[in-house]
Every structure is written in C-alpha cells, then in structure tokens.
Design a binder for this molecule. Structure first.
Ligand code: ADP
Ligand code: MG
Length: 396
C-alpha cells in the first residue's frame, strides 16, 4: 500500500487492525495528564536565547514573578523574569504549564501560547511578544515563531465508509445480516473503548462546558441557524427554548463526573470505515476523555436520520439496527445511567443533522422531525431507546 516505506513505529506487513492501534496502550494514555511538566535549564535558556538574539546570551539573574501578590489566588504556569548580561531590556519567559481551566493537555497549552504570540503585538500599549515555542520532555526549547499552519500525519486506511452502508440499507425494509453484525460490532467497540475510566472531575465538567458552549457543539450549532429560513421546521423561540434547556442539563450532569471515560468524541458514520467486518476509526475529536453518551448518541441518531431521509419516517431496516445497537451496548456495559445523561448529546446531534449548514439538501420534513426529537428528548428522564417511536411521532 505504501510501497515498502516505513513510517517510524508502523511495521510493514503488520495487519491493519494493528496499524490502526487495535492494541490497548501498555501504559496510561500518552500526551495529556499526569506527567510532570518539563522546565528548561538555565543553560538551555542561554543556548536558546543565543540563537534567538544572534549574539551570546548570558543570564545575569532570574526572578520568579509572584502571581499571588495582591491577593490573587491563582495563575497559570510560571513566569520568569530574565536579566541578560549586556542587554538593555529584561525578558519574561512565560511557561504555560498548568492543568486546569482548559489548560489540561499540551494542545491546550500550545493554543494559549500561540494565541498570545499572535495577538499581543497588535494591541496599543501592550508588551510585545518576541518569541513562542515548545518545550520537550527533556526541557529542550524549539521555536514556533515562524509557524503559520500546522500539520500531522496519519496512516491511510482502506475501507468502506459506514455512511454508505447505512444509505444503502435505509431504503430497504430489513437489514441484511452483515449490517446487523456491523451495528453490533460498533456497539461492542464502544463498550470496549468506554471501559477505560478516569477519575478527573474537572475534565468531565470541561466536556460539559464544551457540549453546551462550544463552537462545534450546541451553542455553535445553534448560531449556525442565524439568518436561515426556519419555516416548516423551527422558530427563534424553539431555538431559544432548546438552548435554555441545554443549559439546565449542564448543571444537572455535573454530578456525573464519575462517568468520565475514554471516548472517540465524534463517532458518526463518516468517521467510521469498515475493512470487511473490521471497523477503523478516523477523526477523534475534543480530546481523550469524555462522556460515553456522546459516542452512543453520535452514532445511534444516524439510524434515525438515514431512515428519515430514505423513508420520511423511522421505519424499515434502520429500526432493528437501532435496537440491536442499544441492546448490545447496554448488555456489554451494564451502563444503568446512560439514559439519565444522554438527552443533551442527542439534542446536539439532532441540531447538527437538521442544520442547513451541515446538511443543505435534506427535506424540510426531516429537519422538522429532528427538531421534534431534540425538543422532546430534553424532557426524557431517563431516556429509553424503546420509546424512540413516541419521540418522533407526529402528535403529542
Ligand atoms: N486516515 C484515513 N484513512 C482513510 N480515509 C480517511 C482518513 N482520514 C480521513 N479519511 C476520510 O476523509 C474524511 C474526512 O476526514 P476527517 O478526518 O473525518 O475530517 P473532517 O471530518 O474534520 O473533515 C473521513 O470521513 C474519511 O472518509
Ligand atoms: Mg470527520
């Protein structure tokens, strides 16, 4: 497939399931919490500044700037004032290193530092940012000041996109055996992913904030309806009512922090491929840890969506797939509180699917049914997948 080239840890000839990371990580998930944050040594800083300034830099004194002065109880990271021999102006080294209020992962900390570098210079009377960069695990510093875009490489995965399978099935009255098997496989895969738990209440609450206030989540999706023709499926009053109820759900779900678990974060049929009967995932979103109901809602609402698009009603082949998916997932996880927390995740996904921004070509009646589902599901406590017919029904 990749012509005999070898990409680091990817072993040529290894089965694809292995290449796509089927094995559980031997140690805790890399890259985010639970590791001490590195600090560069004085020598490293001198070495670095010598390159940056283009002349030998020697530190004359270092002063830690005190953030708690004046009664301020909290600050991010560490600030070091550096005086350099022979330099007129001192510099301040700002290290992002704190893990809360959304600074939890290296990606969060990169965001904050790059934003500061990008924005400080354009505000009159603000101190200038002279450089930005990263610190590796050994305390080595690398500049990112010339960066204008970012990239990452992934492996390419062959496979059949799951949305095509659902689209083909949705017009039929019954699913074929492989379609049932795939729905079950995805339920079991999620059960396995969600088995890994983490005790980090702040991360769970952060995810809830994102769910309700995030640009890609409820608030951002609702704003996508601004200026759109809502006739036949929604109204400004309905959008406001949904938003308000989602805010209430955020408060309500705060006591469920023990549910924090490993998630995919965008588990919908465009991010799932099947290689034969083996699923491969792409496009994990919003980090490693979250709420299992997010993944369950992201996939399962698509059984409803594809049925509505194909048949205008929730009927036909998608109905048994919905049932089997939930049955297998609940059997495998024994998750008794899923139904207590899933409503706002369903509402969010319904808002995305009904959105003229995301799905411009669907019929107004499909949008109307999705909105009806979003509005009603927010009153379902607890949600029971066997009541889906009632949530979509015309009257009531
Ligand atoms: N590693 C990959 N191997 C094969 N196909 C991929 C891979 N990454 C993405 N794709 C395909 O490209 C589509 C878009 O990529 P994705 O990473 O989901 O970006 P986004 O949804 O943010 O646009 C996916 O739905 C999938 O069909
Ligand atoms: Mg995607």
């Amino acid at each position: 497939m990749d012509g005999g080239r070898s990409f680091g840890a990817v072993r040529e000839g290894a089965p694809l399931a292995m290449r796509t990371g089927d094995a559980e990580p031997a140690v805790g998930p890399a890259g985010s919490l639970g590791v001490g944050l590195p600090a560069p040594s004085k020598e490293e800083i001198e070495h670095y500044l010598t390159e940056l300034l283009g002349r030998p830099a020697r530190i004359a004194s270092v002063e830690r700037l005190d953030r708690s002065e004046g009664g301020k109880g909290f600050g991010y990271g560490a600030l070091l004032r550096l005086s350099l021999v022979g330099e007129a102006r001192d510099l301040v080294l700002h290290r992002a290193g704190t893990r809360c209020f959304g600074h939890d992962t290296p990606a969060d900390r990169a965001y904050d530092s790059l934003l500061a570098f990008e924005s400080y210079g354009s505000l009159p009377r603000h101190v200038r940012a002279v450089d930005v960069g990263s610190i590796d695990a050994a305390g080595r510093m690398t500049s990112l000041r010339t960066a204008r875009d970012f990239f990452f490489f992934t492996e390419y995965a062959e496979g059949h996109p799951y949305h095509r399978e659902l689209a083909a099935a949705a017009g039929r009255d019954r699913p074929i055996p492989s379609e049932v098997e795939h729905a079950e496989t995805l339920a079991l895969l999620l059960a396995r992913l969600h088995q890994l738990r983490r005790r980090a209440p702040d991360l769970y609450k952060r995810r809830l904030r994102q769910l309700v206030g995030g640009d890609e989540c409820i608030a951002g999706t609702l704003d996508g309806y601004d200026g759109r023709d809502l006739r036949g499926y929604a109204s400004p009053e309905l959008l406001l009512a949904i938003e308000k109820r989602c805010v209430r759900w955020r408060r309500k779900l705060k006591v469920y922090t023990a549910r924090l678990c490993r998630v995919h974060g965008d588990f919908h049929p465009w991010n799932i491929l099947f290689q034969g009967d083996e699923p491969v995932l792409v496009d994990r979103s919003r980090g490693e840890w979250g709420e299992a109901a997010d993944d369950v809602a992201a996939l399962s609402i698509n059984f409803v969506f594809f049925a509505l698009v194909a048949k205008r009603h929730f009927t036909g082949a998608m109905v048994p797939l919905w049932e089997r998916f939930f049955e297998r997932y609940l059997e495998a996880t024994g998750d008794m509180s899923l139904g207590e927390v899933i409503a706002p995740y369903f509402a969010w996904r319904a808002l995305v699917l009904a959105s003229p921004v995301w799905y411009p070509a669907i019929d107004t009646s499909v949008r109307r049914r999705l909105f009806r589902f979003a509005a009603r599901v927010l009153d379902e406590e607890p949600f029971d997948h066997r009541r889906i017919g009632l949530l979509l029904a015309e009257a009531g």
